[in-house]
Structures are given as C-alpha cells and as structure tokens.
Design a protein around this ligand. Sequence first.
Ligand code: ADP
Ligand code: MG
Length: 292
Amino acid sequence: ATPTAIMVGTGKGAENGILFKGGQHLEKAHKIETIVFDKTGTITKGEPEVTDIINIADFSDEELLKYAAIVEKGSEHPLALAIMEYVKELEIKPEDPDAFEAIPGHGVRAEHNGEEILFGNQKLMNDNNIDISSLKEASHKLETEGKTAMLIAIDKELVGVIAVADTVKETSAQAIEELQEMGIETVMLTGDNERTAKAIAKEVGIERVVAEVLPEDKADQIKKLKEGDKVVAMVGDGINDAPALATADIGLAIGTGTDVAIEAADITLMRGDLISVATGIRLSKKTMKKIK
Ligand code: ADP
Ligand code: MG
C-alpha cells in the first residue's frame, strides 16, 4: 500500500467535500456491502412542516395548536420546531409549561395550569392507556402519505392529530440508485412509524425498512446487520445516530448535522447530499486499485 495513493485519495475526497478522518477509512470504504440510512435529515431535508390538523376537541384549532406549542416549547426535536414555526406564523403565543419532559422515541409531556398535555406517537398514547380508536384510521391515512402524525391528549383524553411532512432531498433517489447499481444493499433506519417510513423509502427506492426503532436501539440494529461479517456503513445526522455511526464499520455524518454525529463518524459529508456516499466509495475503489 502506498501512502502517496492514500494521500491523493483523501485529498480528492476533500476537494469533493468528503472528509476522511484517516486513510484507513478510505482503504475500507470499497468493501461496504450494506448502507444504512437514517430517515429524517439524512434522506429527507429534516425540515418538517405542518400539513394537517384534525381537531376532535370542543375548542378551536388555534387552541389545539396552542396546547401543542406549550408542550413542544422545551423540545429541540425537528418535529417540535415544525410546530413552533407554524404557531409563530399564526401569531399564537404559547405560555411556558409548569413542567416538561421529553420521552425519546415517543414524544413529549407537559403540565400546564393543572392539565397534563401528551403529544407524540401511538406508542406514547398506548403507554398512557389513552384510547386512540377514533383517530386511528385518520392517522394511518396520513402516515401512508409519508407524513408523521402526532396525537395530542389532554388529561388522558385524545383531542386531535397534527401531521407534518418532510421533503426528500432532491438527490436522494439518484444516490440510492447509484449505490444499488454498485451492488450495495440499502436500508432505512428510523424511529418514525412503519407506514411513514415505508412511504418515504418507496419514494427514494429503498426496499428494506427498519422502523419504530428507539434511539438507544439504533446501534443494536447495526450490530444485527453486521452479523456474518457483513461490512456495514451507516449514514446519519442526529444525536440519536451517534452510537450507530460508531458501531458501523464506517460511519458517515452529514456535515450540516449535529456535532455529536460528526464526532462519532469516520467520514463527514460536507455537501449534505447522499451522492457523496457513492463518490466516496468510487474514490476508495480507485485508490485500492492503485495500491494492488
Ligand atoms: P427519528 O428517527 O425520526 O429521529 P425519534 O426517535 O426522534 O425519530 O422519534 C420517533 C417518533 O417519536 C417520532 O416520529 C414521533 O412520532 C415521536 N416523537 C419524538 N419526539 C417528539 C416530539 N418532540 N414531539 C412529538 N413527537 C415526537
Ligand atoms: Mg436524522
């Protein structure tokens, strides 16, 4: 192996916005057999926007949104930011809750003026013994459209659904196609529900979906995929993805993602689009040919 070829290769990578933390990652990338992609912020832009409001409460949509904003105020989750942005446009000014709690992979909980607000997915409602049957079908329909449907309950009573949609990055489908043409298996890994995940996966041509994975279980999923000495790469952007990025044979972080993800990864993709993943692997192949 010539150090010169590695130097040239990492230099070429840098020119293309692909930053290898060390030459060994460039040497390994051509062996990748499976690539696991996080959904939000990796395949999609990670800027969800409110699209639908279903209100079954005896108060207005504004009131419903206000409840959602009160409970999301303390959260930094992209879903929370979507709610806050939406209420800001409507000039709804939510008060601070008296108590707030984030429940990773499920949603958020707050107490306000003696009321309990729960906002999140079906799992959150099930764990709190809240009957969701009246909005189940409507939520499933939204999810089939690729939207994330969040249920809201006040004092354990279901009052509505707020859905958000996140747009797929323009280049995601092309990137997936290029990787598949290279014989690489592509997988989507997400905490979001199965229906939403499958709809987005279909949009970009990914066939294998692992959904409803809790943040702490993402790394375990990578371990499973590595069974049988498979060389597995993971691409992600969030704090949630850091353990999975570290567990993968090669971790690739989106450059616009969180610092924690970038630190855990072996390669940083400065351009933020997934074409760079294919470019990086091609670069590794070329470099290794020169060495042999
Ligand atoms: P992702 O893999 O998309 O980052 P998370 O593990 O953060 O997913 O969240 C999984 C699911 O939990 C979300 O799709 C959503 O239904 C629910 N959830 C998590 N955080 C929030 C929040 N702040 N507000 C509402 N729902 C949330
Ligand atoms: Mg993400």
